[in-house]
Write a protein that binds this ligand. Structure first.
Ligand SMILES: Cc1ncc(COP(=O)(O)O)c(C=O)c1O
Length: 383
């Protein structure tokens, strides 16, 4: 069944191919990207005569309020950044765990989730503990992560939905695990925000960051970062610049009065068109129910998972529908999953090759027919 409120005509890509690749980049509705393009055109043609400080502030505030609504947070707790990686690096280098401390993640997570900690470990000697996901996807979950956590854990830093395998982790369980051990919970929601309802307060996340260009259906160049209020009060951004201050346009180089809100993370001029698109995209998603989107994506994932099993595939994604969202990855005995992905893409079914597997990802604009087409294409490739 289609998600109520869906306008598939907003996604003309489906006239040309079957797009099952939101985990790489989401499709962006024209009504989201048009105002961003208009802003760029006006800037190119009229320079500062077409915009002023209020325009700049207004763009960022619009994106901030949209993100706050999406996550159930106060706008003061939201920073608008340029990418997931940039925002996490800011938080990681602030936390900068020392020699006898550790950070817990997984060996299958997106590299930007672990790399900042590996880099800090070079300087401080902290330990990066990675729960095994790749060797035993079926056994992966919060209880396995708990084996790595102890009183020396500074943070659990992990993706809500794993980009490679599609596992969904329970944020409230992770938060309890982190907080019981005196650690922070830092969540990468890049693969979940926009497809799973998230209430950051109920979830108990200390930091939650989501990039713009996947399930939020926006363009490249923006990210949302939530800082929990008590953490925000302590947070001193390692990177500071003219926009980190309470009154950026005062341009006073003599001292650094950091903004009292999460805006203190925003240190420079970002792509305003990316911020315009992000605000518009979140409001576009707000026209749908995220509970409906989550149910729809899970239903398509089940249809695909069943079909894949019928074709003899080995799933990396959990069999239990409650532990997955819209992403399903599989390997095919005797075949290279990355070559299978390339063959499918050649047949007009757009999917991703990932670490020897084929990754399919279904969002609200996909239909059951798209999944059928993918399975038919796959049967052809495997024949
Ligand atoms: C889980 C996850 N986090 C982050 C990113 C990308 O981060 P950035 O916004 O820095 O490009 C990806 C991209 O694939 C991802 O899958």
């Amino acid at each position: 069944m289609a998600v109520p409120g869906l306008r598939r005509e907003d996604f003309p890509a489906f006239d040309r191919f079957t797009y099952l690749n939101t985990a790489s980049a989401g499709l962006v509705p024209a009504s989201v990207v048009a105002p961003a393009h208009e802003f760029e055109a006006e800037l190119a043609q009229a320079g500062t005569t077409g915009m002023d400080e209020d325009t700049e502030v207004g763009i960022l505030e619009d994106a901030r309020h949209a993100a706050a609504g999406l996550l159930g947070a106060g706008p003061d707790c939201i920073a608008i950044g340029t990418s997931f990686t940039e925002a996490l690096c800011q938080v990681a280098w602030w936390l900068r765990p020392g020699k006898n401390r550790n950070v817990v993640s997984t060996d299958g997570d997106f590299p930007s989730v672990t790399y900042p900690w590996h880099r800090i470990a070079e300087d401080t000697g902290c330990e990066v503990r990675l729960t095994g996901l790749l060797d035993d996807p079926a056994g992966f979950g919060v209880s396995k992560i708990a084996d790595q956590v102890d009183s020396a854990t500074a943070a659990i830093c992990i993706s809500h939905v794993q980009y490679l395998t599609g596992h969904v982790l329970d944020l409230a369980e992770l938060a309890t695990l982190a907080h019981d051990n005196g650690a922070l919970l830092i969540v990468d929601a890049t693969q979940s925000a926009g497809q799973i309802p998230i209430d950051v307060t109920a979830a108990g996340a200390d930091v939650l960051i989501a990039g713009s260009y996947k399930w939020l259906c926006s363009t490249f160049g923006a990210a949302v970062c939530y800082l929990q209020p008590a953490l925000l009060a302590r947070f001193r951004p390692p990177l500071a610049g003219w926009r980190s201050t309470e009154h950026p346009y005062a341009l006073d180089a003599r001292w650094l009065p950091l903004a009292s809100t999460a805006r203190r993370m925003e240190y420079s001029t970002m792509s305003y068109s990316a911020a315009i698109a992000l605000g518009r995209a979140i409001r576009y998603l707000g026209g749908l129910s995220l509970a409906d989107v989550a149910a729809h994506n899970a239903e398509l994932a089940s249809q695909l998972a069943d079909g894949l099993a019928g074709l003899g595939a080995t799933l990396l994604t959990p069999r239990d529908p409650a532990r997955r969202a819209g992403t399903v990855a599989a390997r095919f005995p005797g075949r290279d999953g990355e070559a299978v992905a390339a063959e499918l893409t050649r047949r007009g079914v757009i999917v991703s090759p990932r670490v020897g597997s084929t990754r399919f990802s279904m969002h609200f604009y996909n239909s059951s027919d798209d999944v059928e087409r993918a399975l038919a294409g796959l049967a052809d490739v495997l024949r």
